[in-house]
Design a protein around this ligand. Structure first.
Ligand SMILES: [Zn+2]
Length: 255
């Protein structure tokens, strides 16, 4: 058995044991009012918002901001729109223009995504069968791009963090040793989780959690019948990137 597989199985086992313990010490009925985080560690909570996909070519620029000396921000990385806000460019897997300062109603503009850096639908379909479909409660996995890919290890890292799931939500620990290990081998892409019903729309909790700058990225939600939605999260906003179904999709096994 590969190291990765062993680690994943350990994490799943850990997750099941932890859920059992938490059932005793952490009343599920109160979970929605609990801060995100686990005993001993708390996480700042954010308020996010859903928005439609707004493409960067719909930005109505009024003026390129010329920056004078004394700043390390690239000239051209900031633009002012006619909503009188200054936007800055954020790059990486997901490229967007986000308000330089979040205040009131503002939008995030989508410039592009590198789909080659997102796991294929065939791998995701395999994960759905092998993992997500086996649970009645919500379960979540982190997905990352392996920093040093090996032939056996595959290009992506899927990791089950310590978590507590119910029929309607899932909370995971961002600060465990296991999660630190994930970050040591993978570049963050985002998360995958499954919803209790057919719907794969993000819940208010999802949108708020993804507003955390540390969660910015690409998030996938499966509905129970195999439908899925892929969402981008950046600058406090969540917007749809793609949707589809894995029904009839070829399965590519993942270690
Ligand atoms: Zn959700």
């Amino acid at each position: 058995m590969s190291r990765q597989k062993r680690r994943t199985e350990q994490a799943i086992r850990w997750d099941q044991e932890k859920a059992e313990q938490d059932k005793r010490s952490f009343p599920f009925s109160d979970m929605r009012s609990e801060p995100v985080g686990f005993a001993g560690g708390s996480r700042r909570t954010y308020t996010g918002a859903l928005q439609e996909l707004k493409r960067v070519d719909s930005m109505e620029t009024v003026k390129i901001v010329e920056l004078s000396g004394g700043t390390d921000v690239d000239v051209g990385s900031l633009v002012a729109l006619n909503d009188k806000r200054v936007y800055e460019r954020k790059g990486g897997l997901l490229e967007c223009w986000v308000p330089a300062e979040v205040q009131g109603e503002s939008s995030v503009y989508f410039a592009g995504i590198d789909w080659k850096r997102v796991p294929s639908r065939n791998e995701l379909a395999y994960l759905f069968d092998a993992f997500f479909a086996k649970y009645k409660r919500e379960v979540l996995m982190l997905m990352g791009e392996r920093i040093n890919p090996t032939k056996q290890g595959g290009k992506w890292v899927y990791f089950v963090p310590p978590q507590v799931g119910t029929g309607g939500s899932v909370k995971w620990s961002t600060s465990s040793e296991e999660v630190a290990e994930f970050h040591s081998v993978a570049r963050w892409i985002g998360t995958i989780h499954v919803h209790p019903g057919k719907s794969y729309s993000p819940s208010g909790t999802d949108v708020d959690e993804w507003a955390d700058p540390l969660s910015a990225g690409v998030h996938l939600i499966f509905g129970r019948s195999g439908g899925f939605g892929v969402f981008g999260a950046m600058g406090g906003k969540t917007f749809p990137l793609a949707s589809g179904s894995i029904v009839g999709t070829k399965r590519t096994p993942v270690e």
